[in-house]
Design a protein around this ligand. Structure first.
Ligand SMILES: C[S@@+](CC[C@H](N)C(=O)[O-])C[C@H]1O[C@@H](n2cnc3c(N)ncnc32)[C@H](O)[C@@H]1O
Length: 317
C-alpha cells in the first residue's frame, strides 16, 4: 500500500514530540525545516539554524490568532488553504526590519553629489524600505541637493515585501528618539513635532511624504511589473537574507531598471562584485551600472560560481 503524504513526513519518526518547556506549542525540527523551505520559496529568505527560536515566537502568534494547536497543523493549513492573507502574515512575521534615518550615512553625500548632474527629474527606487526611514532620508537628501522646486519633480519609489512595515512607513510617524541624532536644521526642515497625545513623536513633513510612493513588492518575484527606469536603486541590508543564486537573480532584474550611469547602493556587509558583472564597484558599497549592461537590458547577469572563498554572498541569517 502507498504511504500517504502525512505518513511520509519525517517528523513522524521523531520520538520526542512533547512541548518544550516554556513553549505553548509543539515545534519540531521538521516544522522548522518546513518553515525554512516555505519562506525561502516565497520570499527568498534563507533562515539559519539560530533563527529557530525567532521563527517559533513570531509564528506562535499566528497559531494563537487562528486558534491552532500545533505548528504542523498551521503549516498544513497555510499550504492547503493557500490564502494570500495568511501567506502575507507568515511572511510579515519572518522578516527582519531593522533600519534608521540616514543609516550608513556615507551614502547620502554621494547621492547628493550625484543627482544634480543627472537629467531631471530624477527618480530613486528604495527596494527594501522597511518602516520608511530610508526612503524618507533619500527624499530629504534630494531636497537638500536639488532645492525645494527641483525636488518637487523628483520621485522616490519605496517598496518592501512586508505590508505591515509599509503601513507604518506611509504614516510617517516616529518616536523622537529615532531622529534625535539628526542635525537641528534637518529636524526643523523635515519634521513636525507631535503635541498632546503625540508628544514625544515626530511626523515627516507632508512635502517630504509627497515625494515618496509606497508599494508592496517582492524582490524575488519573477516579474514585478516595474517598467520605469531609475537613476539610483537602494538595495541595502536585504541581500544578506538571500543566498547567492537569489542575489544573482535579483541583480539581473535590476539591470534594465537602472538608467545608464545609474547607481546601486548596497548595505555595509553586502558585496556584489562576485555576483554580477554588470555593476562595478565605484566606492564603498556603491556600484555603477556599466554602459554595456544598460544596453543589454533584460540580459540576465551571469550568476557567480558557488565557491565558498568568495565574500559576502550566500550568507544565511
Ligand atoms: C533589515 S531591513 C533593511 C531596511 C533598509 N533597507 C535599511 O538598510 O535600513 C530588510 C528589509 O527587507 C525586506 N525584505 C525581505 N525580503 C524581501 C523581499 N523578498 N522583497 C522585498 N523586501 C524584502 C524586509 O521586509 C525588511 O523590511
Amino acid at each position: 500500500m502507498m504511504a500517504t503524504r502525512a505518513q511520509q513526513r519525517p517528523e513522524r519518526a521523531e520520538p520526542a514530540r512533547s512541548v518544550e518547556q516554556g513553549r505553548d506549542f509543539e515545534f519540531t525540527s521538521a516544522d522548522f525545516a518546513r518553515i525554512r523551505e516555505l519562506i525561502h520559496r516565497s520570499a527568498g529568505i534563507s533562515l539559519s539554524d539560530h533563527k529557530r527560536d525567532m521563527a517559533y515566537s513570531r509564528l506562535a502568534r499566528r497559531l494563537r490568532a487562528r486558534g491552532i494547536e500545533t505548528f504542523r497543523q498551521y503549516l498544513d493549513l497555510l499550504e492547503a488553504e493557500n490564502d494570500p492573507a495568511e501567506w502575507e502574515a507568515f511572511t510579515n512575521a519572518l522578516t527582519t526590519n531593522l533600519t534608521a534615518f540616514f543609516r550608513e550615512a556615507h551614502h547620502f553625500p554621494i547621492l547628493a553629489e550625484f543627482v544634480p548632474r543627472r537629467p531631471q527629474p530624477v527618480s530613486v527606487w528604495c527596494s527594501a524600505a522597511s518602516t520608511g526611514e530610508e526612503p524618507y532620508s533619500i527624499a530629504m537628501t534630494l531636497i537638500e541637493a536639488l532645492g525645494d522646486s527641483g525636488a518637487r519633480q523628483a520621485s522616490v519609489l519605496a517598496t518592501d515585501i512586508d505590508t505591515q512595515v509599509l503601513a507604518k512607513a506611509e504614516a510617517g510617524m516616529y518616536q523622537f528618539d529615532q531622529v534625535k541624532h539628526l542635525s537641528p536644521e534637518r529636524l526643523k526642515r523635515f519634521f513636525l513635532k507631535g503635541t498632546g497625545a503625540h508628544a514625544g513623536m515626530v511626523k515627516v513633513r507632508p512635502e517630504v511624504r509627497a515625494m515618496v510612493r509606497f508599494e508592496q513588492l517582492n524582490l524575488t518575484d519573477r516579474d514585478y511589473q516595474l517598467r520605469s527606469q531609475f537613476d539610483a536603486i537602494f538595495c541595502r541590508n536585504v541581500m544578506i537574507y538571500f543566498d547567492k543564486p537569489t542575489q544573482a537573480q535579483v541583480l539581473a532584474r535590476f539591470e534594465p531598471l537602472v538608467k545608464s550611469g545609474g547607481l546601486l547602493f548596497a548595505g555595509h556587509s553586502e558585496n556584489f562584485t562576485y555576483v554580477t558583472q554588470a555593476f562595478k564597484l565605484r566606492g564603498q558599497t556603491v556600484y555603477e551600472l556599466t554602459r554595456d549592461a544598460a544596453g543589454a537590458a533584460r540580459t540576465p547577469s551571469r550568476p557567480a560560481g558557488h565557491s565558498s572563498s568568495t565574500p559576502a554572498g550566500g550568507v544565511t541569517v
